[in-house]
Structures are given as structure tokens and as C-alpha cells.
Design a protein. Structure first.
Length: 321
């Protein structure tokens, strides 16, 4: 019911958010990750509770329709995990709780009301974007600098969720085709050379400050006199961003392409799984793009760990619906 392999796509949200905010991950980032994990699993449990009648027809092997878990237990687990997620966010500070509360509300609204409406994919995208902002708020106390990264991650989630709505019936090429186009666009945006660094990193990279070492900075600043500094990635950081963006594109594009050619349920399900797995390299690319190569490599390491866990647990199929 909890789809444990999918949990490896969650910590990268907070880590990418911290990187986008220009802050180094710390104890509050860990609290944000814990909050995200709890809220994600609350959504998984609530999803199965809300869809128990539908799953009895389309997915009878799932825990609730098969009788392995009682509906009341699933609902209680969703409530307890939501409470734990909010408590962990509160421990990370008021800014984190201010993001976690609407995140929890979005999760419950999606599972109980919005999932089967046209607003469903947008709600799922909002939840993933808020999860990234949760990491930024917990680590730095603000979210503004992380909004572009949240929008990119949310766009990817929107595309995956739109594809997932046909994973049991198939028959539509529009969703996987749109997801394929979205993947290409996001890859281009992530690898774009010029980004605006958070204020802290701009100050650290400014030439002439005591103790600064321009050669050691992950970004070089350029711009017209009197204008806000723009940033160019160094060769190493730029190459890392490009490599991770390529890994994202390779993970998502191929199954999307196959589902476009043949939108049968098995291929659509593979496309959904590929889109979910592609979340990790996208998070890593966003962290690298923000000038945090170490964080990006840490996030990227979650991908093989997730695959290894899935194989050991014999849980190759991953779904978000």
C-alpha cells in the first residue's frame, strides 16, 4: 500500500529546494525530508482508501480489495502520517509549517475530491512543487528563490500524472505525447546557461570580498553595471547539470515515446513508471543548476538505491494512482 520504492523520489524535493534557496542542507532540512516522507505516505494510504471500490474492479491485487488491510486501518494510517508530517514541519520552524499545511491539504484534496477531475494533474503538480518549497523554507526560511525550480518539477509531475490517468485503460496518445514534449522542454530549460543565483550565493561569488576565491566558486557572475548579477555555471557544474538533465531525459523519454506509438495499458504503465523514476535525476539536475554539485550527487545516488530496493522487494511496478 505504501509503495516503498517510490519513497526514494521524495528526499530530493527538499534537497533541491535547499539548493535553490542557496542554503546548505542541515538538521532542519532533515526534518523537512521526514515531513515530506510522512505526507507522501499519507497520500498513498489515503489514495487506496478512497479508491477501494474502483480498485476492487481494476486492481484487485491491491491490499484493500484483496483484504490484506482493512479500510479503517488505511484511513487511520493516513491521518496519523499527516499529523506526523505536520509535527516534523513544525519542528523545522514556522516557515516550513506554513508550506507543509497547504501541502497536506493538497494531498487530501487530491485523493478525496480532485483526482478524478480535470484539476487532478494540477493538484498533484502543486503538491510536488510545494514539497520542494518545503525544503527551501525549512532550510533558509524563505521560498522565493526556489519558485523556478518548484515550477519545473511541478511541470514534470503534471505530465506524469496526466499519463497515469490512462494506465489501466490506455487508448490515448495525447498524454504521452504531451509528456514527451514536456520532457524535452524541461531538459532545455534546466540546461539553460544563465540563471539567477540566490542572494547569498551572489554575495559569496562577488569578486573582491575578503576570503573569496573566484576560481573555487561553482558559478561566475556577469552583468551590466548596476544590474542584478547574472550567473554562468562553471565548466564542471555545467557539465554535471547537462549530464543529469540527459539522464532525466533518457529515463522519461523512451517509455513516453513507446506509449505514444502504442498506448496500450502495459506501455502506459511503463511510461508512468519511467516518469516517476525520472523525478530523481531531474531533482539532481535542479540542485546542480543551483550551484550545489555535492547535493546533486547525493540526490542522484537515490536513483540506483531505489532500483535496488525495488528489485529486492519484488516491487518493480510503481504507480501514483
Amino acid at each position: 500500500m505504501l509503495r516503498l520504492p517510490a519513497l526514494f523520489t521524495v528526499p530530493g524535493d527538499a534537497l533541491a529546494g535547499a539548493a535553490a534557496a542557496g542554503a546548505r542542507p542541515g538538521p532542519r532540512t532533515l526534518l523537512a525530508i521526514g515531513s515530506s516522507l510522512c505526507l507522501y505516505e499519507a497520500g498513498m494510504a489515503l489514495n487506496d482508501w478512497a479508491d477501494r471500490a474502483e480498485d476492487a474492479v481494476e486492481r484487485p491485487h491491491r491490499p484493500l480489495p484483496s483484504g490484506r488491510i482493512r479500510p479503517a486501518a488505511a484511513l487511520a494510517a493516513a491521518g496519523a502520517l499527516t499529523g506526523a508530517g505536520l509535527a516534523l514541519a513544525a519542528g523545522a520552524g514556522r516557515p516550513a509549517l506554513a508550506v507543509a499545511a497547504p501541502l497536506a491539504a493538497t494531498v487530501w484534496a487530491y485523493d478525496l475530491t480532485l483526482k478524478h477531475t480535470p484539476a487532478g494533474p494540477a493538484a498533484m503538480a502543486a503538491a510536488r512543487g510545494l514539497d520542494l518549497l518545503l525544503g527551501a523554507a525549512a532550510t533558509s526560511g524563505g521560498t522565493r528563490a526556489a519558485l523556478p525550480s518548484a515550477a519545473l518539477l511541478g511541470s514534470h509531475t503534471l505530465a506524469v500524472t496526466a499519463v497515469s490517468r490512462r494506465e489501466t485503460t490506455g487508448g490515448s496518445v495525447l498524454a504521452p505525447l504531451a509528456a514527451l514534449a514536456t520532457t524535452g522542454a524541461l531538459t532545455r530549460l534546466v540546461t539553460a546557461g544563465r540563471i539567477r543565483l540566490p542572494a547569498g550565493r551572489r554575495a559569496a561569488a562577488a569578486p573582491g570580498l575578503p576570503g573569496s576565491n573566484p576560481a573555487a566558486q561553482p558559478y561566475r557572475t556577469t552583468g551590466l553595471p548596476g544590474s542584478a548579477p547574472a550567473a554562468q555555471p562553471s565548466r564542471t557544474t555545467g557539465a554535471l547539470t547537462t549530464a543529469l538533465a540527459a539522464a532525466y531525459a533518457a529515463t522519461a523519454a523512451r517509455p513516453y515515446f513507446h506509449a505514444t506509438l502504442n498506448p496500450s495499458p502495459p506501455l502506459v504503465q511503463r511510461a508512468v513508471g519511467g516518469g516517476i523514476r525520472a523525478t530523481v535525476p531531474l531533482q539532481a539536475a535542479l540542485a546542480a543548476r543551483s550551484g550545489a554539485p555535492v547535493t546533486s550527487l547525493l540526490v542522484a545516488a537515490l536513483a540506483p538505491a531505489g532500483r535496488m530496493f525495488a528489485k529486492r522487494a519484488a516491487m518493480r511496478k510503481v504507480s501514483i494512482t
